[in-house]
Write a protein that binds this ligand. Structure first.
Ligand SMILES: CCC/C=C/C=C/C(=O)SCCNC(=O)CCNC(=O)[C@H](O)C(C)(C)COP(=O)(O)OP(=O)(O)OC[C@H]1O[C@@H](n2cnc3c(N)ncnc32)[C@H](O)[C@@H]1OP(=O)(O)O
Length: 358
């Protein structure tokens, strides 16, 4: 009998995915484990590291839906990118929640040419998708992302086309602008975007997460504004957005100028992330739960909140107030307001209300 199939009938498989005929990856911590004829190495790993922690631990969130293997499976896709995408796996793990998983695990989700293009396409679609009210972005495999694909970088940026300096420069500028668009598309998307970060988040990864609305990570996550180490000034959003995310300008300067790693605890205390989870399964469950909370509320209220928060980030209080008044003079006419207020009076969750699509 074929050994792998036999083993997959065991309940322990709910916590692992097969990565090769003799290797599995743990959903909780992403560690890869060799196994032979039985699941004992998997059981040993699970019991030693995860079984007791499932009810949570001090200082970390455990994620209240942690015990649902279906959620873990839905959020830890191993099936690969979903066509037409070649670097993204897009799914709907819960009603009105879209999950976008960066899916190049063998290359640590390095951002290749297709990725930069597909992010724009994917978030343009999500922006228009009336069935989506919240988005979760995560990375497949061992780590969130290793940043730009260095092999592609050598081709695209270091060997630009053009007959003279002006044309070469023009083409480089065009490339950088396209790359910037990949993450600006996240920011421009009216649906709130949560990002779930585990393991390494390097270079372009920091650019990406600063364009998201809510950042969550695992205890093993680390962040690195790596660009100075490869001889360039970060140019797709970190230098513009990170100072608006982290209160301390000195810390931003230190991170960007030294390329030192920042680990989860400091990311939390500096405000880069708002919650830290013990391991990836808890992170994904927590991210999904938060996304469902958001998706269950009035899309008029939620999207208006995102748009006004972003506007006020880049404007004075006075300008923000004026924009808000102009925004709400139409949005207050929504039926969602009465429905939500009534649910509130009746001490019901807004999630019990049926809101029309937006
Ligand atoms: C106009 C430009 C705009 C954008 C600018 C963006 C700039 C940046 O992103 S700067 C940062 C660039 N990234 C790096 O310098 C990170 C390099 N990678 C790593 O340090 C490690 O891979 C990492 C710590 C992330 C993970 O280590 P681990 O031991 O788990 O994996 P590895 O054995 O190193 O790698 C596994 C395979 O992935 C390939 N790979 C990793 N990173 C990249 C990358 N950035 N680009 C291309 N390929 C990458 C690595 O070569 C291995 O492949 P293989 O040998 O085929 O197994």
């Amino acid at each position: 009998m074929e050994p792998v199939k036999k083993k997959r009938t065991s309940a322990i498989w709910e916590h692992f995915e097969l990565v090769s005929p003799r290797k599995v990856r743990c959903f909780f911590c992403s560690k890869e484990i060799r196994f032979n004829d039985n699941t004992s190495s998997m059981l040993r790993h699970y019991r030693a590291l995860h079984a007791k922690k499932r009810s949570g631990g001090p200082g970390s969130d455990s994620g209240s839906r942690l015990s649902s293997p279906a959620v873990l499976r839905a959020m830890s896709s191993s099936a690969g990118p979903t066509p037409p995408y070649t670097t993204l796996a897009v799914s709907r793990p819960a009603p009105a929640v879209t999950h976008v998983e960066i899916h190049r695990p063998d290359k640590r989700n390095a951002m290749n040419k297709a990725f930069w293009r597909e992010m724009v396409e994917c978030f343009s679609e999500i922006s228009e998708d009336q069935d989506c009210r919240a988005v979760v972005v995560s990375g497949a495999g061992k780590t969130f992302t290793a940043g730009i694909d260095i092999v592609d970088l050598a081709g695209e940026v270091l060997q630009p086309r053009g007959d003279d300096t002006a044309r070469i420069s023009y083409n480089i500028r065009k490339t950088i602008t396209h790359f910037q668009e990949s993450f600006s598309a996240i920011e421009r998307c009216p649906k709130p975007v949560l990002v779930a970060i585990h393991g390494a988040c390097v270079g372009g990864g920091v650019d990406l997460i600063t364009a998201c609305d809510i950042r969550l990570c695992t205890q093993d996550a680390w962040f690195q504004v790596k660009e100075v180490d490869i001889g360039l000034a970060a140019d797709v959003g970190t230098l513009q957005r990170l100072p608006k995310v982290i209160g301390s300008r000195s810390l931003v300067n230190e991170l960007a100028l030294t390329a030192r790693k920042m680990y989860a605890d400091e990311a939390k205390s500096s405000g880069l992330v708002s919650r830290v989870f013990q391991h990836k399964a808890a992170l994904m469950a927590g991210a999904l739960e938060m996304a469902e909370e958001i998706a269950g509320r009035s899309p008029v209220a939620v999207q208006g909140t995102k748009i006004n928060l972003l506007y006020s980030r880049d404007h004075s209080v006075e300008e923000g107030l004026q924009f808000m008044a102009a925004w709400n003079m139409s949005m207050l006419q929504t039926a969602d307001l009465m429905k939500s207020a009534q649910a509130s009076m009746e001490k019901k969750s807004p999630r019990t209300v049926a809101f029309a699509k937006l």
